[in-house]
Design a protein around this ligand. Structure first.
Ligand SMILES: Cc1cc2nc3c(=O)[nH]c(=O)nc-3n(C[C@H](O)[C@H](O)[C@H](O)COP(=O)(O)OP(=O)(O)OC[C@H]3O[C@@H](n4cnc5c(N)ncnc54)[C@H](O)[C@@H]3O)c2cc1C
Length: 368
Protein backbone atom coordinates (compact mmCIF):
# COMPACT_ATOMS: atom_id res chain seq x y z
CA UNK A 1 0.00 0.00 0.00
CA UNK A 2 1.29 3.50 -0.87
CA UNK A 3 0.74 6.21 1.74
CA UNK A 4 1.26 9.95 1.27
CA UNK A 5 1.73 12.25 4.24
CA UNK A 6 1.36 15.91 3.35
CA UNK A 7 3.44 18.16 5.62
CA UNK A 8 6.75 17.55 7.32
CA UNK A 9 5.94 18.78 10.83
CA UNK A 10 5.61 17.07 14.21
CA UNK A 11 2.50 15.02 13.47
CA UNK A 12 3.84 13.87 10.08
CA UNK A 13 7.12 12.64 11.57
CA UNK A 14 5.26 10.74 14.28
CA UNK A 15 2.89 9.20 11.75
CA UNK A 16 5.79 8.11 9.52
CA UNK A 17 7.57 6.60 12.54
CA UNK A 18 4.69 4.23 13.21
CA UNK A 19 3.65 3.43 9.66
CA UNK A 20 5.15 0.27 8.20
CA UNK A 21 3.86 0.73 4.65
CA UNK A 22 5.52 2.62 1.81
CA UNK A 23 5.45 6.20 3.00
CA UNK A 24 6.12 9.33 0.98
CA UNK A 25 6.26 12.65 2.85
CA UNK A 26 5.51 15.79 0.84
CA UNK A 27 7.04 18.76 2.61
CA UNK A 28 7.27 22.33 1.41
CA UNK A 29 10.24 22.94 3.68
CA UNK A 30 13.79 21.87 2.88
CA UNK A 31 14.21 20.18 6.25
CA UNK A 32 11.74 17.83 7.92
CA UNK A 33 10.64 19.01 11.36
CA UNK A 34 11.86 22.56 10.77
CA UNK A 35 8.95 23.99 12.75
CA UNK A 36 9.81 21.82 15.75
CA UNK A 37 13.00 23.86 16.05
CA UNK A 38 10.93 26.95 16.87
CA UNK A 39 8.93 25.34 19.65
CA UNK A 40 9.34 26.04 23.34
CA UNK A 41 11.67 28.98 22.61
CA UNK A 42 14.01 26.58 20.82
CA UNK A 43 13.83 24.02 23.63
CA UNK A 44 10.76 22.08 22.39
CA UNK A 45 8.27 21.54 25.17
CA UNK A 46 7.37 18.03 24.01
CA UNK A 47 4.42 17.33 26.27
CA UNK A 48 3.08 17.84 29.78
CA UNK A 49 2.51 15.22 32.45
CA UNK A 50 -0.47 17.16 33.87
CA UNK A 51 -3.67 17.91 32.05
CA UNK A 52 -7.31 18.60 32.79
CA UNK A 53 -10.51 19.28 30.86
CA UNK A 54 -9.40 22.87 30.12
CA UNK A 55 -6.12 21.80 28.52
CA UNK A 56 -7.87 21.31 25.15
CA UNK A 57 -10.83 22.94 23.39
CA UNK A 58 -12.45 19.55 22.93
CA UNK A 59 -12.50 16.16 24.60
CA UNK A 60 -9.63 14.03 23.28
CA UNK A 61 -9.58 11.61 26.20
CA UNK A 62 -10.24 8.51 24.06
CA UNK A 63 -7.29 9.40 21.81
CA UNK A 64 -5.00 10.13 24.76
CA UNK A 65 -5.90 6.78 26.24
CA UNK A 66 -4.21 5.23 23.23
CA UNK A 67 -1.10 7.41 23.38
CA UNK A 68 -0.69 9.80 26.29
CA UNK A 69 2.19 11.86 27.64
CA UNK A 70 3.82 8.88 29.37
CA UNK A 71 3.75 6.76 26.22
CA UNK A 72 5.09 9.79 24.34
CA UNK A 73 8.00 10.11 26.75
CA UNK A 74 8.67 6.36 26.44
CA UNK A 75 8.65 6.65 22.67
CA UNK A 76 11.12 9.52 22.61
CA UNK A 77 13.35 7.78 25.13
CA UNK A 78 13.23 4.65 22.96
CA UNK A 79 14.47 6.52 19.90
CA UNK A 80 17.32 8.02 21.88
CA UNK A 81 16.01 11.31 23.28
CA UNK A 82 16.69 11.85 26.96
CA UNK A 83 14.03 14.02 28.61
CA UNK A 84 13.22 15.76 31.89
CA UNK A 85 10.06 17.10 33.52
CA UNK A 86 10.10 20.60 35.05
CA UNK A 87 8.19 21.83 38.10
CA UNK A 88 5.13 22.63 35.96
CA UNK A 89 4.98 19.17 34.42
CA UNK A 90 6.45 20.35 31.11
CA UNK A 91 8.66 17.84 29.36
CA UNK A 92 11.81 18.93 27.49
CA UNK A 93 14.82 17.23 25.93
CA UNK A 94 17.57 17.02 28.54
CA UNK A 95 19.80 18.87 26.06
CA UNK A 96 17.35 21.81 26.27
CA UNK A 97 17.42 22.12 22.52
CA UNK A 98 14.76 21.26 19.98
CA UNK A 99 17.51 20.23 17.58
CA UNK A 100 17.86 16.99 19.56
CA UNK A 101 14.21 16.13 18.81
CA UNK A 102 14.69 16.67 15.09
CA UNK A 103 17.98 14.74 15.11
CA UNK A 104 16.58 11.64 16.85
CA UNK A 105 13.61 11.65 14.48
CA UNK A 106 15.90 11.92 11.46
CA UNK A 107 17.99 9.05 12.74
CA UNK A 108 14.93 6.91 13.53
CA UNK A 109 13.27 7.60 10.17
CA UNK A 110 16.47 6.96 8.22
CA UNK A 111 16.10 3.29 9.18
CA UNK A 112 12.65 3.16 7.62
CA UNK A 113 13.04 3.76 3.91
CA UNK A 114 10.76 6.77 3.74
CA UNK A 115 10.63 8.80 0.56
CA UNK A 116 10.61 12.59 0.89
CA UNK A 117 9.42 14.89 -1.89
CA UNK A 118 10.24 18.52 -1.28
CA UNK A 119 7.24 20.23 -2.78
CA UNK A 120 4.18 22.26 -1.95
CA UNK A 121 1.16 20.08 -2.70
CA UNK A 122 -1.35 22.18 -4.60
CA UNK A 123 -3.99 19.68 -5.52
CA UNK A 124 -5.37 16.36 -4.32
CA UNK A 125 -8.02 14.52 -6.25
CA UNK A 126 -10.08 11.62 -4.94
CA UNK A 127 -10.11 8.75 -7.45
CA UNK A 128 -12.15 5.58 -7.29
CA UNK A 129 -9.11 3.65 -6.10
CA UNK A 130 -7.10 6.17 -4.16
CA UNK A 131 -5.86 9.72 -4.63
CA UNK A 132 -3.98 11.71 -7.25
CA UNK A 133 -1.58 14.36 -5.96
CA UNK A 134 -0.68 17.28 -8.22
CA UNK A 135 -1.88 15.34 -11.32
CA UNK A 136 1.18 13.14 -11.00
CA UNK A 137 1.47 10.90 -7.97
CA UNK A 138 -0.93 8.09 -7.17
CA UNK A 139 -1.49 6.93 -3.57
CA UNK A 140 -3.87 4.52 -1.85
CA UNK A 141 -4.24 6.65 1.27
CA UNK A 142 -3.48 10.26 2.13
CA UNK A 143 -2.73 11.78 5.52
CA UNK A 144 -3.12 15.55 5.78
CA UNK A 145 -0.66 17.01 8.30
CA UNK A 146 -0.43 20.58 7.05
CA UNK A 147 -0.86 22.42 10.37
CA UNK A 148 -3.45 25.18 10.16
CA UNK A 149 -3.13 25.52 6.38
CA UNK A 150 -6.61 24.77 4.98
CA UNK A 151 -5.95 25.01 1.20
CA UNK A 152 -6.08 21.26 0.62
CA UNK A 153 -9.31 20.98 2.62
CA UNK A 154 -11.04 23.28 0.17
CA UNK A 155 -9.63 21.31 -2.72
CA UNK A 156 -11.06 18.03 -1.33
CA UNK A 157 -14.33 19.66 -0.25
CA UNK A 158 -13.70 18.74 3.37
CA UNK A 159 -15.88 20.41 6.01
CA UNK A 160 -13.94 22.34 8.67
CA UNK A 161 -14.44 24.93 11.36
CA UNK A 162 -13.01 28.36 10.61
CA UNK A 163 -9.54 29.03 12.02
CA UNK A 164 -8.98 31.56 14.83
CA UNK A 165 -5.55 32.50 16.24
CA UNK A 166 -4.85 31.06 19.67
CA UNK A 167 -1.90 31.22 22.10
CA UNK A 168 -1.32 34.72 20.86
CA UNK A 169 -0.50 38.16 22.28
CA UNK A 170 -3.53 40.40 22.72
CA UNK A 171 -3.96 44.00 21.57
CA UNK A 172 -5.40 46.43 24.08
CA UNK A 173 -7.32 49.67 23.71
CA UNK A 174 -4.90 51.14 26.24
CA UNK A 175 -1.63 52.46 24.87
CA UNK A 176 1.13 50.60 26.72
CA UNK A 177 4.05 51.92 24.71
CA UNK A 178 5.91 53.25 27.76
CA UNK A 179 5.60 49.85 29.41
CA UNK A 180 6.71 47.97 26.30
CA UNK A 181 9.26 45.24 27.10
CA UNK A 182 8.50 45.29 30.84
CA UNK A 183 7.71 42.00 32.54
CA UNK A 184 5.44 41.63 35.54
CA UNK A 185 6.20 38.48 37.50
CA UNK A 186 3.95 36.60 39.92
CA UNK A 187 0.80 38.41 38.86
CA UNK A 188 -2.71 37.01 38.56
CA UNK A 189 -4.52 37.61 35.28
CA UNK A 190 -8.29 37.18 35.14
CA UNK A 191 -10.73 36.78 32.30
CA UNK A 192 -14.34 35.59 32.50
CA UNK A 193 -13.80 33.90 35.87
CA UNK A 194 -10.65 32.14 34.65
CA UNK A 195 -7.42 32.95 36.34
CA UNK A 196 -3.78 32.50 35.30
CA UNK A 197 -0.85 33.05 37.63
CA UNK A 198 2.60 33.97 36.36
CA UNK A 199 4.23 36.49 34.08
CA UNK A 200 2.87 39.21 31.80
CA UNK A 201 4.95 40.99 29.18
CA UNK A 202 3.91 44.41 27.87
CA UNK A 203 3.94 45.22 24.17
CA UNK A 204 3.44 48.62 22.51
CA UNK A 205 -0.27 48.35 22.65
CA UNK A 206 -0.95 45.01 24.21
CA UNK A 207 -0.06 42.13 26.46
CA UNK A 208 1.91 38.93 25.99
CA UNK A 209 3.37 36.09 28.07
CA UNK A 210 2.17 32.61 28.96
CA UNK A 211 -0.76 33.84 31.12
CA UNK A 212 -2.04 35.97 28.26
CA UNK A 213 -1.47 33.20 25.68
CA UNK A 214 -3.53 30.78 27.73
CA UNK A 215 -6.36 33.28 28.19
CA UNK A 216 -6.25 34.05 24.45
CA UNK A 217 -7.25 30.45 23.81
CA UNK A 218 -10.45 31.09 25.76
CA UNK A 219 -11.25 33.99 23.42
CA UNK A 220 -10.25 31.96 20.34
CA UNK A 221 -12.65 29.20 21.38
CA UNK A 222 -15.42 31.82 21.63
CA UNK A 223 -14.41 33.39 18.29
CA UNK A 224 -14.48 36.81 19.90
CA UNK A 225 -11.46 38.81 21.00
CA UNK A 226 -13.26 41.77 22.58
CA UNK A 227 -13.28 41.52 26.33
CA UNK A 228 -11.68 42.88 29.50
CA UNK A 229 -8.68 41.36 31.21
CA UNK A 230 -7.79 42.39 34.75
CA UNK A 231 -4.42 41.96 36.40
CA UNK A 232 -3.86 41.69 40.13
CA UNK A 233 -0.36 43.10 40.46
CA UNK A 234 0.06 41.83 44.03
CA UNK A 235 -2.11 38.72 44.29
CA UNK A 236 -0.42 37.49 47.47
CA UNK A 237 -1.46 40.59 49.45
CA UNK A 238 -5.21 40.82 50.21
CA UNK A 239 -6.86 44.15 49.40
CA UNK A 240 -7.38 45.23 53.03
CA UNK A 241 -3.82 44.35 53.94
CA UNK A 242 -2.46 46.28 50.94
CA UNK A 243 -4.52 49.33 51.91
CA UNK A 244 -3.18 49.08 55.46
CA UNK A 245 0.41 48.77 54.19
CA UNK A 246 0.08 51.80 51.93
CA UNK A 247 -1.65 53.90 54.58
CA UNK A 248 1.24 53.04 56.89
CA UNK A 249 3.62 54.53 54.30
CA UNK A 250 1.94 57.91 54.87
CA UNK A 251 3.97 58.08 58.10
CA UNK A 252 7.08 58.59 55.94
CA UNK A 253 5.63 61.97 55.02
CA UNK A 254 6.31 61.74 51.26
CA UNK A 255 5.86 65.08 49.53
CA UNK A 256 4.72 63.71 46.17
CA UNK A 257 2.91 60.69 44.86
CA UNK A 258 5.96 59.90 42.67
CA UNK A 259 8.20 59.40 45.68
CA UNK A 260 5.43 57.62 47.57
CA UNK A 261 5.25 55.07 44.73
CA UNK A 262 9.01 54.49 44.54
CA UNK A 263 9.95 51.09 45.84
CA UNK A 264 6.59 49.53 44.99
CA UNK A 265 6.70 48.90 41.24
CA UNK A 266 8.90 49.77 38.27
CA UNK A 267 8.76 53.54 37.70
CA UNK A 268 6.83 53.17 34.44
CA UNK A 269 4.22 50.99 36.13
CA UNK A 270 3.96 53.58 38.91
CA UNK A 271 3.39 56.30 36.31
CA UNK A 272 0.85 54.19 34.47
CA UNK A 273 -1.06 53.50 37.69
CA UNK A 274 -1.11 57.16 38.69
CA UNK A 275 -2.32 58.10 35.24
CA UNK A 276 -5.09 55.47 35.30
CA UNK A 277 -6.13 56.63 38.78
CA UNK A 278 -6.09 60.25 37.55
CA UNK A 279 -3.72 61.17 40.35
CA UNK A 280 -1.28 64.01 39.77
CA UNK A 281 2.34 62.92 40.31
CA UNK A 282 3.03 66.09 42.27
CA UNK A 283 0.10 65.56 44.65
CA UNK A 284 0.76 64.79 48.29
CA UNK A 285 -0.27 61.20 49.13
CA UNK A 286 -3.55 60.84 51.01
CA UNK A 287 -6.05 58.13 51.93
CA UNK A 288 -8.31 58.87 49.01
CA UNK A 289 -5.45 58.39 46.51
CA UNK A 290 -4.41 55.20 48.23
CA UNK A 291 -7.88 53.73 47.88
CA UNK A 292 -7.89 54.49 44.14
CA UNK A 293 -4.43 52.95 43.81
CA UNK A 294 -5.34 49.81 45.73
CA UNK A 295 -8.39 49.29 43.52
CA UNK A 296 -6.23 49.40 40.39
CA UNK A 297 -3.29 47.45 41.82
CA UNK A 298 -5.69 44.63 42.67
CA UNK A 299 -7.55 44.88 39.37
CA UNK A 300 -5.73 46.73 36.59
CA UNK A 301 -8.07 46.51 33.63
CA UNK A 302 -7.19 46.23 29.95
CA UNK A 303 -9.75 46.25 27.16
CA UNK A 304 -8.86 43.60 24.62
CA UNK A 305 -9.58 44.58 21.03
CA UNK A 306 -7.85 41.88 18.98
CA UNK A 307 -4.73 39.77 18.54
CA UNK A 308 -1.18 40.21 17.30
CA UNK A 309 -0.08 38.16 14.26
CA UNK A 310 2.28 35.53 15.64
CA UNK A 311 -0.04 32.90 17.03
CA UNK A 312 1.37 29.57 18.19
CA UNK A 313 -1.66 27.54 17.17
CA UNK A 314 -5.11 28.02 15.70
CA UNK A 315 -8.49 27.06 16.99
CA UNK A 316 -10.51 25.49 14.17
CA UNK A 317 -10.01 22.77 11.57
CA UNK A 318 -11.58 19.42 10.83
CA UNK A 319 -14.05 18.64 13.59
CA UNK A 320 -13.47 15.38 15.46
CA UNK A 321 -17.13 14.50 14.93
CA UNK A 322 -16.30 14.08 11.23
CA UNK A 323 -13.42 11.72 11.97
CA UNK A 324 -13.42 8.09 13.01
CA UNK A 325 -11.52 6.70 15.98
CA UNK A 326 -8.50 6.34 13.72
CA UNK A 327 -8.92 9.90 12.44
CA UNK A 328 -10.14 8.87 8.99
CA UNK A 329 -12.53 11.39 7.44
CA UNK A 330 -15.97 9.79 7.65
CA UNK A 331 -17.02 11.08 4.24
CA UNK A 332 -13.93 10.22 2.15
CA UNK A 333 -12.42 6.75 2.54
CA UNK A 334 -8.65 6.65 2.89
CA UNK A 335 -8.27 10.32 3.88
CA UNK A 336 -6.81 11.03 7.34
CA UNK A 337 -6.11 14.14 9.41
CA UNK A 338 -3.48 14.62 12.08
CA UNK A 339 -2.10 17.48 14.16
CA UNK A 340 -3.25 21.05 14.08
CA UNK A 341 -5.41 20.65 10.97
CA UNK A 342 -7.88 18.89 13.29
CA UNK A 343 -10.03 21.15 15.44
CA UNK A 344 -7.96 20.45 18.55
CA UNK A 345 -6.05 23.20 20.27
CA UNK A 346 -4.38 23.14 23.64
CA UNK A 347 -2.97 25.53 26.19
CA UNK A 348 0.72 26.43 26.49
CA UNK A 349 2.85 23.77 28.11
CA UNK A 350 3.31 20.99 25.56
CA UNK A 351 -0.36 20.16 24.91
CA UNK A 352 -0.33 21.01 21.22
CA UNK A 353 2.66 18.87 20.40
CA UNK A 354 1.08 16.10 22.46
CA UNK A 355 -1.90 16.17 20.11
CA UNK A 356 0.47 16.08 17.12
CA UNK A 357 2.23 13.01 18.58
CA UNK A 358 -1.01 11.29 19.63
CA UNK A 359 -2.84 11.81 16.36
CA UNK A 360 0.26 10.97 14.29
CA UNK A 361 0.82 7.73 16.19
CA UNK A 362 -2.84 6.65 15.94
CA UNK A 363 -2.98 7.15 12.17
CA UNK A 364 0.52 5.78 11.53
CA UNK A 365 -0.29 2.61 13.42
CA UNK A 366 -3.70 2.21 11.79
CA UNK A 367 -2.04 2.32 8.36
CA UNK A 368 0.32 -0.57 9.10
C1 LIG B 1 6.69 29.69 17.93
C2 LIG B 1 5.93 28.43 18.30
C3 LIG B 1 6.28 27.76 19.45
C4 LIG B 1 5.57 26.60 19.82
N1 LIG B 1 5.95 25.94 20.94
C5 LIG B 1 5.28 24.83 21.31
C6 LIG B 1 5.72 24.05 22.42
O1 LIG B 1 6.76 24.31 23.02
N2 LIG B 1 4.95 22.97 22.77
C7 LIG B 1 3.82 22.64 22.10
O2 LIG B 1 3.16 21.65 22.49
N3 LIG B 1 3.42 23.31 21.00
C8 LIG B 1 4.13 24.37 20.59
N4 LIG B 1 3.74 25.05 19.47
C9 LIG B 1 2.63 24.50 18.65
C10 LIG B 1 3.15 23.32 17.81
O3 LIG B 1 4.31 23.71 17.13
C11 LIG B 1 2.08 22.84 16.83
O4 LIG B 1 0.93 22.50 17.52
C12 LIG B 1 2.59 21.62 16.05
O5 LIG B 1 3.78 21.94 15.38
C13 LIG B 1 1.55 21.16 15.05
O6 LIG B 1 2.11 20.11 14.32
P1 LIG B 1 1.54 19.75 12.87
O7 LIG B 1 2.33 18.60 12.40
O8 LIG B 1 0.08 19.64 12.92
O9 LIG B 1 1.81 21.02 11.97
P2 LIG B 1 3.13 21.85 11.67
O10 LIG B 1 4.18 21.59 12.67
O11 LIG B 1 2.65 23.23 11.43
O12 LIG B 1 3.65 21.25 10.30
C14 LIG B 1 2.93 21.38 9.10
C15 LIG B 1 3.93 21.35 7.99
O13 LIG B 1 3.23 21.16 6.75
C16 LIG B 1 3.78 22.02 5.79
N5 LIG B 1 2.76 22.22 4.75
C17 LIG B 1 1.62 22.95 4.86
N6 LIG B 1 0.93 22.87 3.71
C18 LIG B 1 1.65 22.10 2.85
C19 LIG B 1 1.46 21.66 1.52
N7 LIG B 1 0.37 22.02 0.81
N8 LIG B 1 2.40 20.86 0.93
C20 LIG B 1 3.51 20.48 1.64
N9 LIG B 1 3.75 20.86 2.91
C21 LIG B 1 2.82 21.67 3.52
C22 LIG B 1 4.14 23.26 6.59
O14 LIG B 1 5.09 24.06 5.94
C23 LIG B 1 4.72 22.64 7.85
O15 LIG B 1 6.06 22.33 7.70
C24 LIG B 1 4.46 26.17 19.05
C25 LIG B 1 4.13 26.86 17.88
C26 LIG B 1 4.85 27.98 17.50
C27 LIG B 1 4.47 28.71 16.24
Amino acid sequence: MEIAIIGGGASALMCASFCNNNVTIFSNEEKLGKKILLTGNGRCNLTNVNYNKYSYNTNIENYLQKFDCHKTIDFFNSIGLMTYVDEMGRVYPISNTATSVVEVFANHLSQKNIKVIESQVEKIEKLENGFLIDDKYHFDKVVIATGSEPKLLDCLNVKYNKFYPSLVALKTKQNTKRLSGLRLSNVEVRLQGFCEYGEVLFKDSGLSGICIFNLSSLLARQHNYEDTISIDLLPKIPKEKLEELLINRLKNNYKHMTTFMQGIFHKEINKYLLNICKINEEEKPNKNNIQKLVKNIKSLEFNIIGTYDNNQVKNGGVDLVDLTETLEYKWIEGLYFIGEICDVDGLCGGYNLQWAWTSGKIVGESLC
